[in-house]
Design a binder for this molecule. Sequence first.
Ligand code: GTP
Ligand code: MG
Length: 182
Amino acid sequence: AQIKEVSFVKSSNRPKDCPKDGLPEFAVLGRSNVGKSSLINALVRKKEVALTSKKPGKTQLINHFLINKSWYIVDLPGYGFAKASESARMDWSVFTKGYFLNRDTLVAVLLLVDASIPITFVFTKCDKSKGGKGARPDENIRSFQELVRQNYKHQPPWIMTSSVTGLGRDELLLHMSQLRNY
Ligand code: GTP
Ligand code: MG
């Protein structure tokens, strides 16, 4: 997991303009001001390779950073900035949506959440079997959970639900009542 070399490649406002070399990439997603650009700087141990600001709305384009000449970290504009104009918000939804839908080389999205906000993953449609056969989603999630338990220091609360069978209903209600009384 060593980062030896980092370079800013380009800013794009359309998925079409993004690098076409097919290298794998990770995109950083989250609210404006959550700390996406700062996290990238922390990962690569450079102060301002990604530009940051106290004011929300600093990152306005899709920014590609090439790591070790072999993969990218992508800094994106944030969402949900209350003071942004309607047109700026439209722009955000248009090109980030286009980016997520069209970017074949996207390995994973890193969703950033401010640590002061408790977050619970609620998986839906756990009744569905995958293509009629094979492992059910809740079984997939269970084996993923097991992997996470073995390899990571922290695990999120996650609840498997189905609106069809009622799976997880009691567990989720109990979880919410525990959070209310916390
Ligand atoms: P946009 O580009 O506007 O979407 O914001 P962003 O998500 O890229 O946030 P950015 O990295 O610019 O950081 C926003 C503010 O939060 C800056 O003032 C940072 O210094 C501060 N910040 C970011 N990460 C941390 C952190 O881990 N701890 C603290 N205390 N402040 C942080
Ligand atoms: Mg930013």
